[in-house]
Every structure is written in C-alpha cells, then in structure tokens.
Design a protein. Structure first.
Length: 264
C-alpha cells in the first residue's frame, strides 16, 4: 500500500492486484486482531485499492471509516467502494497525527514505507481514543535474497550513478522491538507475531511480477523509463541467478502482525 509521501505516483493498481488473493490473506489475519466498534470511528492507513477497507469497515461495525492513501491511482480505484459511512481521502502516514479521534486504526502493509517506527506508533497511539485498538501488518521480507537483489542491482552501473548511490531500504524492526515499543507506549492486550505466508507461483519469474507491484515502485519513480526497463531486465536476470528454477515456485513471505489496546 502506498503511504510514502513521494511523487510522481508509480503505483499501478492492476499490477498490484495481479496477486490479489495472495495479498489479501494477511489482511484477513489482521481483521482477526481488531475489536468491533459499533457506532465508532475507524481509519485504514495505506488503504490501497479500497476493497480490503470495505471489508474492514463492515467487520468493525464502525459508523464512520476513512481510508487514507497518498497514491492518486490507488484512491481512484478505491472510491468505488465508498458509501455507507466509508470514505477515502488523500493523506500521508508520515504526517498522520490527529489527537484522540479514532476507536480503531489499522494499517496493512504500509508502515514499511515510512521511518521512525517508534515515533509513528506513538502518534498512532495518540490518535486513538481511550480504549481504542491499533492493529498493524508489516511485511518483513526485506532480508530475503529476492528483496536484497533489488539493492544489489541498484549498486551496479549505470543505475548507481542515475540513482546517486541511493537504494531502497526498509526501516522494519525486529518483532521483539515492536513488542517493546508497544509495551513502553502503555498498550494493553498486546500481541506481536511473525507469520510465514506460502504462495505457490507459476515460476520464479513471478517473483519479479510480485515485486513490480510493491518493492520496485520506488526504482520506477526514480529512474527514467528506458533506464528503469534496463533495471527491471537486470533484476529479472539476477532473480534467475539466485532462485531455483522450480515450477511451480514456492514463494515464502514473512510478515509481522501486531495489535494493542489503549487503556481506557
């Protein structure tokens, strides 16, 4: 989901939804961590294409839910699911800081796009009313070979020069660090868990297609079109070098799920 506060918009809803069913599985696990808030107010930070937000709105029984994202393309797709107390608005997770406004806040696969997670979680706690619940799912696949390969290719020429030495690095913390942060922030009924999701893809080439919808979007934004095409070809070559040629290919993906309740 897009919440990084960067322009122009590289997010492509069609590319993202190539693996719609696979990407939805963590969201259902996230829904299992929420509490219903009949008549309450809820927020989905990094709402993406909006369909999961509709499910969240209905499951929570909130009277009002806002889905927030900074991608115009994603919001355009999401607005078809608006209505019945659900609306979608542009916004940036990095600056989201209302005070005591929400009964329930969720964020599914979005906080990895912004830094200072201790500060972020403090702001999200402050955005909750007393008794409010925070539930987050964050991808934690950044140290796997396929993910690291994106930075390896970025350090090769001509990409290194074009990027000014930059490569994408996710500020995802260890699960135990999130547990400590939630504890220090005073959350009760805390849960932090790691789950490995198994996705059966047609081949290792589909790993490239998967990451074109998420991990590689910042490289697409920063590189000229022709150079990004070369980057993508080199990344695909690197994937073929480091991943086994199995058909189907078992793509494993680590994710951290966490929740906490603000004391009443």
């Amino acid at each position: 989901m897009a919440m990084s506060g960067q322009t122009p918009d590289p997010w492509n809803p069609s590319q993202y939804e190539k693996f719609k069913a696979e990407r939805a599985r963590p969201f259902y696990d996230l829904l299992a961590l929420i509490e219903i808030v009949p008549g309450g107010k809820a927020a989905d930070l990094g709402c993406g294409t909006g369909e999961p937000t509709r499910l969240f709105h209905e499951a929570s029984q909130a009277a009002e839910t806002v889905g927030i994202d900074n991608s115009p393309a994603m919001l355009e797709k999401a607005r078809q699911f608006a209505g019945g107390g659900l609306r979608f608005e542009p916004g940036d997770l990095a600056s989201f800081a209302p005070r005591s406004e929400y009964d329930l806040i969720v964020s599914n696969a979005a906080i990895q796009w912004t830094g200072d997670h201790p500060g972020l979680l403090r702001r999200l706690r402050d955005a909750l009313k007393p008794g409010g619940v925070l539930a987050i799912q964050v991808p934690a696949n950044h140290l796997t070979p396929a993910s690291l390969a994106s930075a390896e290719v970025a350090r090769e020429e001509p990409f290194r020069t074009a990027l000014g030495g930059w490569h994408l690095a996710f500020p995802v913390l260890k699960p135990e660090e999130y547990a400590e942060i939630l504890y220090d922030l005073g959350f009760i009924h805390r849960q932090v868990m790691v789950k490995v999701y198994e996705h059966e893809l047609a081949s290792r080439d589909d790993v490239v297609e998967w990451y074109r919808g998420t991990l590689l979007t910042d490289y697409q934004r920063k590189l000229p079109g022709d150079l990004y095409a070369r980057y993508l070809d080199r990344y695909a070559q690197r994937i073929r070098e480091i991943l086994p040629d199995r058909r189907p290919y078992l793509f494993t993906f680590n994710r951290i799920l966490m929740r906490g309740k603000k004391p009443s």
